[in-house]
Design a protein around this ligand. Structure first.
Ligand code: NAP
Length: 333
């Protein structure tokens, strides 16, 4: 155990459901790591859209999730619970969490931690676990994107989008990405997209068809839903796959399922937070083996947009809800 673990810490509580101002600093005990857990002194926590929904009381919380938001962090291990053999005090890690990231200390299952890649700062690493786990398990394990295929990322400058663009390129796919401004489109190209589509001025179906010579794209990763759904079914090639991680524009639409049958399409989706520790551990292990070596080969870059002190969590949420950001927003205790 490293010295100087205080008895209490500052966390950010959700005082009541509502706007960003309901996020307030509070004092809570520093937790004891249980068997199989490590206690992390947090260097940075990633802000995710799900945190905004939780704050508004619109997120279906999985059983066992704490009330303190925060789905990922980076930091230093200061104490290991019984049975933890893979980490030791002083190790710098980043971790996928079910909550509790908006604090100074958190106890996390050891199997949900990854080493901070050598080319990444300890603070920037706090924005990696949630997006990398989400992209890996959906784009590569669920809809099986393969080298040579054409991939469309909707919402290219979200944290999820900037991760997916880079991983799809690193694994040999051709990448199209949509975004809501020319500046965001430039960021998509900077991070590797072959084609960026400003959805305010261009039709992603027309661009996707043109790019593929009329064939359509092989895989689409979507967080928008709503009126995008029938258009995505239209754009998919034979044997195409469509995967949702959010439906920000709505979950109920009229769509031509005859095309799903005719074109042998697969439509799927998933949530990460509700999965068991064992399932999260399997994703983390796959990332460590298949993705983390890419940091050393220079194929991946971090994408921190802005850092806020932990006490300014409400400002961080305001920025996220403005959708002006490009990449990750971090909270630094
Ligand atoms: N299911 C899961 O396991 C899982 C895991 C992680 C995240 N997610 C979801 O994935 C999405 C992205 O997460 P994130 O944290 O990376 O979010 P984020 O950085 O805030 O990105 C969301 C982006 O989507 C774009 N967008 C398109 N349509 C939108 C609309 N109707 N309302 C708001 N934004 C819209 C915005 O950029 P433009 O200006 O380009 O429109 C915005 O920047 C979120 O919805 C999140 O809840 C799901």
């Amino acid at each position: 155990m490293l010295a100087n673990i205080p008895a209490t810490q500052t966390v950010i509580e959700i005082r009541q459901s509502g706007g960003p101002d309901v996020l307030v600093p509070a004092t809570r005990p520093v937790p004891e790591p249980k068997a199989g857990e490590v206690l992390i002194r947090i260097a940075a926590a990633g802000v995710n859209r799900a945190d905004c929904l939780q704050r508004m009381g619109r997120y279906p919380m999985p059983p066992g999730a704490p009330d303190i938001p925060g789905l990922e962090c980076s930091g230093t291990i200061v104490k290991c619970g019984d049975g933890v053999t893979q980490w030791k005090d002083g190790d710098e890690i980043c971790a996928l969490m079910i909550g509790d990231g908006y604090g100074e200390y958190a106890a996390v299952p050891a199997v949900q931690c990854l080493p901070v890649p050598p080319s990444v700062s300890l603070v920037d690493a706090g924005g990696l676990p949630e997006t990398f786990c989400t992209v890996w398990t959906n784009v590569f394990e669920r809809i099986h994107l393969k080298a040579g295929e054409t991939f469309l990322m909707q919402g290219g400058t979200s944290g999820i989008g900037m991760t997916a663009i880079q991983l799809a390129k690193a694994f040999g796919a051709k990448v199209l990405a949509t975004a809501g401004s020319d500046e965001k489109c430039q960021a998509c190209r900077d991070y590797g997209a072959d084609v960026a589509i400003n959805y305010h001025t261009q039709d992603f179906v027309a661009v996707g068809k043109q790019f593929t010579g009329g064939r359509g794209v092989d895989a689409i990763f979507d967080m928008v839903g709503g009126d995008y759904i029938p258009r995505q079914i239209e754009l998919l090639a034979h044997e195409g796959r469509l995967c949702f991680v959010a439906l920000m524009r709505g979950a109920k639409v009229e769509a031509d399922f005859g095309a799903v049958q005719r074109k042998h399409l697969t439509i799927t989706g998933s949530t990460l937070r509700s999965r068991s520790v064992e399932q999260k551990a399997a994703i983390i292990a796959a990332l460590r083996e298949k993705v983390w070596p890419l940091w050393n080969s220079g194929k991946l870059r971090t994408f921190t947009y802005r850092q806020y002190p932990l006490a300014k969590a409400s400002e961080a949420h305001r920025l996220m809800e403005s959708s002006q950001h490009i990449g990750k927003i971090l909270l630094v205790p």
